[in-house]
Write a new protein. Structure first.
Length: 244
């Protein structure tokens, strides 16, 4: 007879399928030009054609649309609010995400209290009983270690720089990534402010199991703003080359 481990479910295989690769975060919030499940589904298809091995998607409607559009692993989450614990903040939200078609559920695993009063361990245990693997989004090494002790199947650097009142750092938290990769016996996902292919490659070299890139790929308004800002500060190069 074969054990259950010999026959992993598709959800259990999902983390293996994104190993060493790019995951594209396909998200748009209300009020943004690309907001809408149908648009996010097309964004996911575009990411897949470009070489992504997985997608990270927010909200049940978008998750369902993306799930129907692409065969790659879907990391699902549900942002509720914009302060405190708001990334898949409750067990009910996590179960809704899974029911919508996510292969893996991502949730806030910081040390802050969860809105439904459950501990992180209680939440992950319940999801595992449903057959749902969990990626724990953390902001510190200590939170990553605690998330692993709570049963997380993977840990992501997603929330580094976003849980305090100070300014958000300009670039990826490579130090946190390297420390988590050295400390943990589960996959560590690099996510957060990764804006160039070189930064993504560095994340893999530092031990990331996979690399999630969002705004640098899927937010044309922000990408356009970067270019426009650079040009506004560049002056007129033709004028500078004109002889006096």
């Amino acid at each position: 007879m074969h054990s259950a481990q010999d026959h992993p479910t598709p959800r259990e295989e999902a983390l293996g399928r994104i190993a060493g690769s790019l995951v594209v975060s396909c998200q748009a919030l209300p009020g943004e030009p690309l907001f809408g499940a149908a648009i996010m589904a097309r964004m996911a298809v575009a990411a897949l054609r470009g070489g992504a091995s997985g997608v990270r998607v927010n909200g049940p409607e978008d998750i369902a649309a993306v799930r129907a559009a692409v065969p790659v692993p879907v990391i699902g989450l549900w942002k509720q609010g914009d302060t405190g614990v708001y990334i898949t903040p409750t067990l009910a939200a996590a179960r809704t995400v899974a029911a919508a078609g996510a292969d893996i559920v991502a949730l806030d695993a910081t040390s802050r209290p969860r809105p439904d009063g459950l501990t992180l361990t209680e939440t992950i245990t319940a999801l595992h009983a449903d057959g749902v693997p969990v990626i724990a989004d953390v902001s510190t090494v200590e939170e990553g270690i605690a998330a692993r002790a709570a049963g997380a199947d993977a840990v992501a650097t997603t929330l580094s720089g976003y849980t305090t009142d100070g300014p958000v750092p300009p670039g990826p938290d490579f130090e946190l990534l390297a420390e988590l990769a050295a400390e943990l016996d589960v996959p560590v996902i690099a996510e957060g402010r990764i804006s160039t292919p070189q930064e993504a490659a560095r994340a893999l070299a530092l031990g990331a199991h996979a690399v999630v890139v969002g705004g640098a790929i899927t937010r044309p308004t922000a990408i356009t703003e970067r270019f426009a800002t650079a040009l506004r500060g560049a002056g007129d190069p033709l004028a500078e080359e004109t002889p006096a």
